[in-house]
Design a protein around this ligand. Structure first.
Ligand SMILES: [Zn+2]
Length: 60
């Protein structure tokens, strides 16, 4: 189930979904089953670019 860099919830071990914020300048992390389990926010530019590049390669 692990591809190396996929995130899992610390509580239920389920998938963590990543979504771009409305302003497009950050990323939200949230447990797919219950947002109260795990929630995060990242605004680091370099990290963002890396994630977006990864996402693009997945949608091809
Ligand atoms: Zn969870």
């Amino acid at each position: 189930m692990n591809e190396g860099n996929s995130l899992t919830c610390l509580v239920c071990n389920g998938p963590v979904v990543i979504a771009l914020t409305k302003k497009g300048n950050g990323l939200h992390f949230k447990c797919e089953k219950d947002g109260r389990h795990f929630r995060g926010f990242v605004m680091d530019k370099q990290y963002l670019q890396g994630v977006m590049r990864h996402a693009e390669s997945l949608t091809e």
